[in-house]
Design a protein around this ligand. Structure first.
Ligand code: 2AL
Length: 247
């Protein structure tokens, strides 16, 4: 099974971190390719960043279709471009936020999310609403670190995340914690040990869910709104998408 793990931002070090964590989580016989768009923001911390990065995610799925990919993971906690990516393939496409919310809901009745910045915490609240998980989430918390601090200042970032997770444990009356950034993919063991609660991390959760969905013989439905998009002319710098045929 080949899973293409797409880091929607363009920071190579973070793509490598995500790829390594996904590889550790993968079953024997699963091959992980960690990729990133050639253009786009170096980190995703706003609706604007998400909108621009979604085009890069789409390009990565188009490239993956040429290689016969079995499943895709969108490894940014805003799940940018998720349903657009699904329209382009029969393979399952799993966002790390939705994967983490699903898995946390299977092992606890209520969880808190610990993400990077206060503004991305708000974006995560929108996602919980739109995915129907708000009633399972007690609180979305921010460690108040810019995304790239996870790569540039990892010891301080880890300390701040652990401190916020401990506050969540003390104050939120929860059974589990969800880590809210793709760049946290390698931190689960240290955070679990320091916090003493189950910690759900989206990249690793998404790898196991992708393996399960493929193992069930299931893929993205091509009935209804996730059918391949209608072929039509595109103009200007998006002309390359004109009259696209599936695959
Ligand atoms: C993210 C993420 O996962 N990767 C990135 O660049 N921005 N989102 C976040 N909430 O930190």
């Amino acid at each position: 099974m080949h899973i293409r793990v797409i880091n929607p931002n363009t920071t190579r070090a973070m793509t490598d971190t995500i790829g390594a964590a996904a590889t550790v989580a993968a079953a024997a016989g699963t091959r992980i390719s960690a990729t990133q768009p050639s253009s786009g923001p170096v980190s995703i911390e706003s609706h604007f960043d998400e909108a621009v990065s979604a085009v890069g995610v789409i390009e990565e799925v188009i490239a993956g279709e040429r290689e016969g990919t079995d499943a895709y993971i969108i490894a940014c906690f805003g799940d940018p471009g998720l349903n657009a990516a699904r329209e382009l393939t029969r393979a399952p496409v799993i966002g790390i936020a939705e994967a983490a919310f699903h898995v946390a809901s299977l092992i606890s009745t209520r969880f808190s999310v610990v993400t990077t910045l206060p503004r991305t915490a708000i974006i995560a609240e929108h996602l919980l609403d739109s995915y129907g998980f708000s009633h399972r989430c007690r609180r979305v918390r921010a460690a108040d670190i810019p995304v790239l601090e996870l790569e540039d200042n990892p010891d301080l970032a880890l300390q701040l995340i652990i401190e916020e997770c401990l506050r969540a444990k003390r104050e939120d009356n929860i059974g589990a914690i969800v880590l809210g950034c793709g760049g946290m993919a390698d931190l689960t063991p240290q955070i679990t040990e320091a916090v003493g609660l189950p910690v759900v991390e989206g990249v690793t959760a998404a790898v196991k869910l992708a393996e399960a969905v493929v193992g069930l013989g299931l893929g993205t439905s091509k009935f209804g709104d996730l059918a391949f998009p209608p072929a039509k002319p595109f103009t200007g710098s998006f002309e390359r998408y004109s009259n696209r045929q599936p695959g």
